[in-house]
Every structure is written in structure tokens, then in C-alpha cells.
Design a protein around this ligand. Structure first.
Ligand code: HEC
Length: 189
């Protein structure tokens, strides 16, 4: 008798379950798992100093692999770069190959494939100077790096397009354009 009663109750409950209005959300057993209790990453947060949940990096931190360049644009800063910066990459066939790729990609449209200042744009753009001239040859490596980074006069800045290590490799490649004997010499730093 008791069994029959329990069976009837279970059946009744099951039937009631089927009658549920499907347009309404189900009963939530553990609402904490649905709506998170902690602050969301981008939500405002009254407990942090800057009112944001996602804290920014501490002041002065530098991302790995990124060297900050404390040089502004302009000729004085370019000259300072020439005095203070040294090419951190020793020349090697791989470095020169990469420098050549970057040079042909980013510099040759104006300066020409051989650096003579006869790139394709010269039909419409004022002729860039030859990079094989006495002035460009005498520019220290750091100054060329600065010119690529920040531009000079009519030349636009290329810092956002050419990665820092590629800029140094372009400098190595440029030296071989200026003095082809350098490619063959092993004593060149
Ligand atoms: C949009 C054209 C253009 C591109 C691209 C360009 N340059 Fe220039 N570059 C110029 C012009 C124009 C000048 C002369 C700037 C001035 O002094 O008015 C110049 C000047 C220079 C100078 C100084 C030469 C001197 O005698 O003062 C160097 C070095 C140089 N460029 C290297 C590069 C390198 C390396 C790249 C590639 C990463 C590059 N340029 C890309 C147009 C360009």
C-alpha cells in the first residue's frame, strides 16, 4: 500500500515536471555558478586604487623583449643616437639577409634597390638622397637607426613598420651597399 502511494507521488511529480512553461527559465539550484561572485575583468571596482578590476602593469615596467628607446624625434636627438647607440647585432650572413629583405621592403621604394635614391616613387616624390653618398656613409650607425625610427625631414618615420632588430640589420645591410668589400670581410663587427 505504502509503495503504491510513493509511486503515485513520484508519478505525479514527474507529470507536473512536464507541464512546465518552456518560455520561463528553469529553477536555479546554484545561482553562484551562473552569475559570478567575483568582479568581472573589465568591471569597475571600488577596491582598487584606479577603480578598475584588471590592474595595469606597475609604472616603469618593461615588457620582455622590448627595449625602450629614450630618444625623441629631431636632428639633435638623431646626433645623440649616433653618439650613444651601438649596433647590438654582429654582422653575419643571416643578419645581412634579413637586413636586405627589410631594406628592399621598406626603403627601396624611395631609396632604390641599390640605395642610389632612384626608387619607384621618384616620379612623384621628391628624389631622396643617395645612401651611397659621402654624407650617408659618414652617418654613425645609431643615427641611421634614429632616422629609420623617427624619419628625417621629408622621410617619414618607419618605427611602427620596421621592428627595432630589423632596423639594426638594415643598417648592417646598408653598410654593405656603401662598401661591398664589407660583405666579404670577417673582421667587421
Ligand atoms: C617615402 C620615401 C622614403 C622611404 C620609404 C625611406 N626614406 Fe630614407 N629618406 C627619404 C628622404 C626624402 C630623405 C631625405 C630627408 C631630408 O633630409 O629631407 C631620406 C633620408 C634618409 C637618410 C639620411 C640620408 C642623408 O644623407 O641625410 C637615411 C640614412 C635614410 N633615409 C635611410 C632610410 C632607410 C634605411 C629606409 C628604410 C627603412 C628609408 N630611408 C626609407 C625618403 C624615404
Amino acid at each position: 500500500m505504502r509503495r503504491a502511494l510513493v509511486g503515485a507521488v513520484v508519478l505525479g511529480l514527474a507529470a507536473a515536471g512536464c507541464e512546465q512553461d518552456e518560455t520561463q527559465p528553469n529553477f536555479e539550484y546554484a545561482p553562484d555558478m551562473v552569475s559570478s561572485v567575483p568582479y568581472d575583468s573589465f568591471a569597475p571596482n571600488p577596491n582598487t586604487p584606479d577603480g578598475k578590476t584588471l590592474l595595469g602593469p606597475a609604472k616603469g615596467t618593461v615588457p620582455r623583449g622590448h627595449l625602450p628607446l629614450h630618444l625623441a624625434a629631431g636632428p639633435e636627438e638623431a646626433a645623440r643616437a649616433g653618439r650613444e647607440l651601438k649596433n647590438p647585432y654582429p654582422s653575419s650572413p643571416e643578419v645581412l639577409a634579413r637586413g636586405e629583405t627589410a631594406f628592399q621592403r621598406y626603403c627601396s621604394p624611395c631609396h632604390g634597390a641599390g640605395g642610389l635614391g632612384d626608387g619607384l616613387v621618384t616620379a612623384r616624390f621628391p628624389m631622396p638622397p643617395s645612401l651611397l653618398g659621402a654624407r650617408a656613409k659618414a652617418l654613425p650607425d645609431g643615427q641611421v637607426f634614429h632616422i629609420i625610427t623617427h624619419g628625417q625631414g621629408l622621410m617619414p618615420a618607419h618605427g611602427s613598420q620596421v621592428a627595432p632588430e630589423d632596423r639594426w640589420k638594415v643598417v648592417h645591410y646598408l653598410r654593405t651597399l656603401q662598401d661591398p668589400a664589407r660583405t666579404a670581410r670577417k673582421d667587421v663587427p
